[in-house]
Design a protein around this ligand. Sequence first.
Ligand code: ADP
Length: 488
Amino acid sequence: MLTPAYNMYIGGKWVKSVTGETFLSVNPATEQKIGKFQHGNEEDVKKAIDAAERALPAWSDTPAPKRGLVLLKIAELLKKDKERLGRLVTMEMGKVLSEGLGDVQEAIDIFEYMAGEGRRLLGHTTTSELPDKFAMTIRTPVGVTGLITPWNFPIAIPSWKLSAALICGNTVVMKPSSDTPLCATELVKVMEKAGVPSGVVNLVTGPAKTVGREIVKNRKISGLSFTGSRETGEWIMSNVGVKKVGLELGGKNPIIVMDDADLNLALDGIIWGAFGTTGQRCTACSRVLVHKAVKEKFMKMLVERTKKLRLGNGLDKKTDVGPLVNEAAAKKSEKYVAIGKDEGARMLCGGERPSGRGFFFQPTIFSDVAPGMRIAQEEIFGPVLSVIEISNLDEAIEIANSTDYGLSSSMYTNDVRNAFLAMRKIEAGITYINSPTIGAEVHLPFGGVKKTGFTREAGMEGIEEFSHSKTLYIDYSGRLQKAQIDVK
Ligand code: ADP
């Protein structure tokens, strides 16, 4: 069968790269080719930036509620196309269909939410220290904004960034992950159909080392929003120059199971948190900190349930866990299994790559993990879970906080004191009580602390990443008044 070919979207036109080259996107469950994409380079990015610059004045002058109507239209079209797009998510990155559909639903939700923000874009009014003087802030666009997105939420994460960037009046150059260019292309097609004006959104597909780096370094780009690995995030921080930067760089997210927890509830949450999306969420649970009083009982339940999970193509309704995104990801899980064994952790189940096509990896549990082991510290981004024993709340929180990351976290407990101490003391951008580390809602801020980054996306805070706060003073006293100097 002929592999369909796709172009990039620059200045409102679907165009080929100047390189004349293409690359392939592959279904990770079947290893079948699903599309050929333009292998863009620096010159393509520069064209996209020029288009975004030209489109900026008219878009930023469009009243925000009108921009919001375009976002609402995008949400409406996504709703109509949800089934098809959800299947594309599953075909291109592997997550099971219910999650593929969830990916699209998250995009619908954020476009609706940000459309509403167009009627607010709140600044604040306040008092002045001088008489007959008025003070307030408004939000202004950042300008041409670069978006660099990963493959694990190939519709939702671009949508978080696009919706917020657009409602704030910015224009955009987006580079999707080379593992999921089809999802990004289909999303941009929906945006085109919804009436996003030419040049407001530009899509350049291609490698990190040309397309990605040009977006990071180009001085005409004023804002950069990135979600991806810590290594790339650190490279970006050292190379980005003076830009408004947003970063979200993963996690090593713990779930604490206290001795008073509802163990069945914790079990459901951990299975979903650790093995949903095959462990490839930045908020995936990769450490379980279980109280020694319930450990033995709980481990039996956990291993038994994990062994029952069915690996397979995400389009198959019977599948619980889909493939990893690519060969490198499967090798990475394999590598960490070997590291875990070497470190002396005890593997209770999984650890293998089934034979045959596709980048599958069995859900894997390590017990007897010490908090400092590499499998308890480093982001694996696969279905490999480390279990650590704890004896009390203080120890649980200390171990939860003992990694560089700080994105999501969770505690299962029925004791209100445990819950409130966890909410206050765990170093993370998000803490859940009695639900797993995943499940963000779009009207609340999302982001981390420590080496996860410092950005908040979604919610009202998501507006801040894509806008400046401008301060306005209006003096109606009719005379020169001097702040600080006029103090008697
Ligand atoms: P992952 O592939 O695990 O999501 P990466 O950080 O490698 O994490 O990739 C996230 C996104 O960043 C992808 O779109 C990738 O192509 C891009 N990227 C990777 N390295 C760079 C870089 N040095 N500069 C700009 N973009 C990059």
